[in-house]
Design a protein around this ligand. Structure first.
Ligand code: GRF
Length: 222
């Protein structure tokens, strides 16, 4: 077990928060040397808020829609984050596009998970687009957040097979199960300083991380 201070996380969500829950579980089980200081949602109805409270994690809401504009929402979010001073901001199904200024403020300290093998399928409806294209593989990507939407440096990807007859729901479930493994893993690497951010790029085990790390999940039951 690590003797260093745990990495302090603020997790931002919009929805059901299954990735947030996987990270909170990994922290609680001491699988990773991190602690979730706060979970912040962009709307009070985000299902993940109840899950966070169940873990005893403080929660907060920035009522994005009722605020005048993105600047006002981001000002409020910044105030909340300043109160907690997390080491890392974890976007986990946070469905807001953050301004370049906001992203720049936290450069190297903000991660996202995206449901595709980036750079393939940036944006929304990735599962449907993968099925429509007839791809043999799909997956999820943990990446650092930059002003380039879904375009920041990739850290770790999960790759799963797409099986003939798969529906969007089936393939989405298969990918999500892997998200719950790779997101805590990447955060654990940050906590252990195997993963760092220097000179505007990620480093892994002391070397620039040029080629993303890929984990294959061959068994669709995984
Ligand atoms: C995940 O599929 C993630 O890849 C995407 O949004 C979804 C969030 O799901 N960014 P959940 O709220 O963590 O269950």
């Amino acid at each position: 077990m690590s003797t260093s201070e745990p990495l302090r996380l603020a997790i931002l969500i919009s929805g059901r928060g299954s990735n947030m829950a996987a990270i909170a579980r990994a922290c609680a089980a001491r699988d990773i040397n991190a602690v979730v200081d706060v979970v912040i949602a962009d709307r009070p109805g985000a299902g993940g808020l109840d899950i966070a409270r169940g873990f005893g994690i403080p929660t907060a809401v920035v009522r994005w829609q009722s605020l005048d504009d993105r600047d006002a929402a981001e000002r409020l979010l910044t105030q909340m984050l300043d109160a907690y001073r997390p080491d890392v901001i974890v976007l986990a199904g946070f469905m807001r596009i953050l301004s370049p200024q906001f992203v720049e403020r936290y450069a190297g300290h903000m991660l996202n998970i995206h449901p595709s093998l980036l750079p393939l399928y940036r944006g929304l409806r990735t599962h449907r687009r993968v099925l429509e294209a007839g791809d043999a593989h799909h997956g999820a990507t943990v990446h650092f957040v930059t002003a380039d939407l879904d375009g920041g440096p990739v850290v770790l990807q999960s790759r799963v097979p797409v099986i003939p007859g798969d529906t969007e729901a089936v393939v989405s479930d298969r990918v999500q199960k892997t998200e719950h493994m790779i997101y805590p893993r990447a955060i654990g690497w940050l906590a252990d300083k195997r993963l760092t951010w220097r000179a505007s790029q990620p480093w892994f085990d002391g070397k620039p991380l040029i080629t993303p790390l890929v984990e294959d999940f061959r068994d669709p039951q995984n």
